[in-house]
Design a protein around this ligand. Sequence first.
Ligand SMILES: O[C@H]1[C@H](O)[C@@H](O)[C@H](O)[C@@H](O)[C@H]1O
Length: 612
Amino acid sequence: MEELIGDRRFVEDKRSLIKTPYDVQANNQEHDSPTSTHQIRSVQHGSPCFIYTLAFFSALGGFLFGYDTGVVSGAMLLLKREMNLSSLWQELLVSITVGAAAVSSLAGGYLNGLFGRRICILLASFIFSAGGIIMSVAHNKEVLLCGRLTVGLGIGIASMTVPVYIAEVSPSELRGQLVTINTLFITGGQFVASVVDGVFSYLPHDGWRYMLGLSVVPAALQFLGFLFLPESPRWLLQKGDTQNARLVLSRIRGGVNVDEEYESIRSSIEEEKIDAGEGPVLWRILTFAPARRALIVGCGLQMFQQLSGINTVMYYSATILQMSGVQDDQMAIWLASATAFTNFLFTLVGVWLVERVGRRKLSLGSILGTAVSLMVLAAGFLLSAQASPPVTFHPNDPSLHNSTCITYRFCESCMLNPDCGFCYGKNGTAVVESSCMPVDVANTEAAAAGRCSNGTQESAGVFWAFNYCPTSYSWIVLLGLVLYLAAFAPGMGPMPWTVNSEIYPLWARSTGNACSAGVNWICNVLVSLTFLHVAQYLTYYGAFFLYSGLALLGFVFVVGCLPETKGLRLEEMESLFGRQLCSCGAGGSQSVHYIRVNGGNCRSDEDVTDDE
Ligand SMILES: O[C@H]1[C@H](O)[C@@H](O)[C@H](O)[C@@H](O)[C@H]1O
């Protein structure tokens, strides 16, 4: 009986999918006008209170992602002294988390399809808690490494599951905003981590245990919350659990009538079953043009997000700020918190803008602004390098004779060697009696020998600069940094996650998000691990000009390939990728409309020229 009813509904659905030109036009007009879309759909969806609760608990995954990636730099300052870590171990402890996230985000696609979004989020928060506990009780570096690896596994799964879950439970008019809130939580996590780093840096013994272990609190909160929260109705429907899917949908829509939404999801899943080809999902994505194009757009966005250097800017913000004249290390740590806060604040602007201007315009404006501000940053570094103070004082210390540091003639080249630092005096604002000295391996705040072996001592008139040069152009660098965050954070920070959560058909969603999140993490590792080498070969300004060039390439990619997804139902996305890839941007939501007639696909527009 149920089957019969199901069949009848299916036939009706097929008919309802045949759109008249009027429907198509009305649909387009609806997308063009945010107010009308919003009004119509909010009437349908009732109170979004429960949706916000869902989004909050899910986005705790984003918070943990931000916290765990952000906290490590501060923890490392204490750890390297307490555990006597070599630079190899420091690099390992930092990058193993990102590496593990890359692997587990890829595996997350499979887990998501098999066990559902809810179980994956529960799994991720469980892994986060376990990792946090391991790190906080670690008694040696090997155990610590296990803890860092464990949290990395959690981050990877959360990073691809949370946006998908939020997108699938949200009504279309709130979807962009709610998924963007996840990135707000990422940057919020990074900010909180920097404050926690600042606070516990005053506790030189065991301070790192608190820094790393505190993540257990939000992880446990998320785990408890998700014990009571529902599975995504779309995933339930895909698995054939129609009863629960309808119940959950009605619960998250505040009890209003969900018939239309339910039917539209159900019919699109039925269509997908008919269309579904054979073989593994990734193969099916690669051989089905619209899904393949969506994957290229999704992975491209994630790649350009990382190639525009966000994590280098965040990681080196303390150095950048020191270049602008902040001498004190503690002060630089606090100012790095200010950078993280600025990133967070401008992500909030993105949350506000995403449903107003749409994903495409926001990404375009953002990546262009990012490219320009990277040029400002690079110009600041270039001018600083040109005005780099010369080495004028050569201490006659026999222990220095084998050191490469004493061979440098300018601060710029001295600063680019991570084993050296610049020791100088001041006469008014002029740099005097300057030398390039080897750094104390156990404590980069001082030189290994000579006047600066106790670090900066203003009263004695000696200053120690590690990783930066004293210059009068550093305000340009500071300006570049602020402009960069203001441009990047509202658009290129959140949009790659938001767009990826919505562009794939349901059968390809987990795998598509897993691949694009994997690309994000792999590029993240690549950019952060290569920065110091790139800077050594190309200097700082060369590196930032390079990122700027890559951001400009990203701009061209977004212009050509990113269609507007604002206001569309997840089930309507496939039509956006019906055209040849590099005309996706053109015409936005008005490009192609697929019409299903008895199991075959026809396109309703007349101006389509070509199919890949
Ligand atoms: O979207 C996020 C955000 O912009 C973070 O600040 C950054 O550290 C991440 O790598 C990125 O994926």
